[in-house]
Design a protein around this ligand. Structure first.
Ligand SMILES: *Cc1c(COP(=O)(O)O)cnc(C)c1O
Length: 365
């Protein structure tokens, strides 16, 4: 089997799946990222051979040689998306074509092979189909899908690997916020940046997350929920959070987010919100926002709302900003109207409760 646009998956159902009763218990309160389904997808890649051996099989540990390249040089990229139960009883994905494209942009930056979009989509369909009973029933539940690809070649030399493994695993998740959407407090790190020009900030790679963890720990230490990163060159402009993009809403209704200059991850939620905000009549701008302006506009009342967005939490209001010299509050620390409106609109489209004029919703089952 060579690396064409279509691969024939070998389906090997798990001979010992989780019992119906145990699954029901797990699905009652899955949390985030700690419960997993019965199956996974794996596809191998070798230079000269292309993608081969595509499988849907029992989820299991991956045997790995200690000299596997990824363990040493972090050649790894991933995606994050959700399968939703639609109000009509179907199962859908949100803009999976955009995830396919982004996986390949990330792979290219990490000098990895690209996976044909039809194979990526097929891998998601197969996994969602075989593990469909793992999609939580509730309003807020979904099946989080984690496609990822890493250098599996056994070699310690520093160069792009010749062998890769692509996998998809799935994890049922409940409401991100139990007890309603709650604004978070963010920490502006004085010590760390996330991504420099020419670096990997626009690629969804594990290495970016590894580099953000010390800053995130600093945020927790300071009593905050998340870290917000400033640009690496001047430490002046707001880039994004560790795993979410950021939006600002002003008193004249203008909605602003920092531009994609290569240091910010191009979020699919970010893109959808830009579209929805414009359609709702907001003036929408992609422009740099300095931390100094953030502070003074919040104090002066011109800045009304700030929120973060991404697949996992959809839209998260930011109520408070803390930094070594002080802190300030946005919108009295309460979720804003524009923030919650955009959130609801997006969730309604994802759940099939609202019209989908852009064809964002992709039916799986
Ligand atoms: C995944 C991710 C986002 C959000 O992207 P979505 O496509 O909206 O889920 C934002 N920032 C970073 C650093 C990310 O890794």
């Amino acid at each position: 089997m060579s690396g064409g646009d279509k691969l024939d998956f070998e389906i090997r159902p798990n001979p010992a799946p989780v019992s119906v009763a145990d699954r029901a218990t797990l699905l009652a309160d899955p949390g985030f990222g700690r419960v997993f389904t019965d199956h996974m997808v794996t596809i191998r890649y070798a230079d000269g051979k292309g993608w081969y051996d595509p499988r849907v099989e029992a989820r299991a540990p991956i045997p790995m040689d200690p000299a596997s390249a990824v363990l040493h040089y972090a050649q790894e990229v991933f995606e994050g998306m959700k399968a939703y139960r639609s109000v009509d009883g179907g199962v859908t994905l949100f803009r999976p074509g955009a995830n396919a494209a982004r996986l390949n942009t990330s792979a290219q930056r990490l000098a990895m092979p690209s996976l044909p979009a039809p194979v990526f989509l097929d891998s998601l369909h197969r996994l969602v189909e075989i593990d469909r009973e793992w999609i939580p029933e509730g309003e807020d539940g979904s099946l989080y899908l984690r496609p990822f690809m890493f250098a599996s070649e056994v070699f310690l030399g520093v160069r792009p690997a010749n062998e890769y493994l692509y996998c998809v695993i799935a994890s049922p998740v409940g409401a991100y916020f139990s007890g309603g959407v709650k604004p978070v407090t963010v920490w502006v790190s004085p010590n760390y940046t996330r991504a420099a020009p020419g670096g990997t900030g626009a690629a969804k790679c594990g290495g970016n997350y590894a580099a953000s963890l010390a800053a995130q720990a600093e945020a927790i230490e300071a009593g905050c929920d998340q870290v917000v990163f400033l640009d690496a060159v001047e430490q002046r402009y707001v880039d994004e959070l560790g795993g979410m993009n950021v939006f600002f809403v002003y008193d004249d209704g203008t909605v602003v987010t920092p531009p994609l200059t290569g240091t910010i991850l191009p979020g699919i939620t970010r893109d959808a919100i830009l579209t929805l905000a414009a359609e709702a009549g907001h003036r929408v701008e992609e422009r740099p926002v300095s931390f100094a302006d953030w502070q003074s506009d919040a104090a002066g009342g011109r800045l009304r709302e700030v929120f973060a967005c991404g697949t996992a939490a959809v839209v998260t209001p930011i109520g408070q900003v803390r930094f070594p010299d002080g802190e300030f509050t946005i919108g009295g620390g309460e979720p804003g109207e524009v923030t919650m409106g955009l959130r609801q609109q997006l969730v309604d489209i994802q759940r099939g409760k609202a019209a989908d004029p852009h064809g964002w919703v992709h039916r799986v089952l």
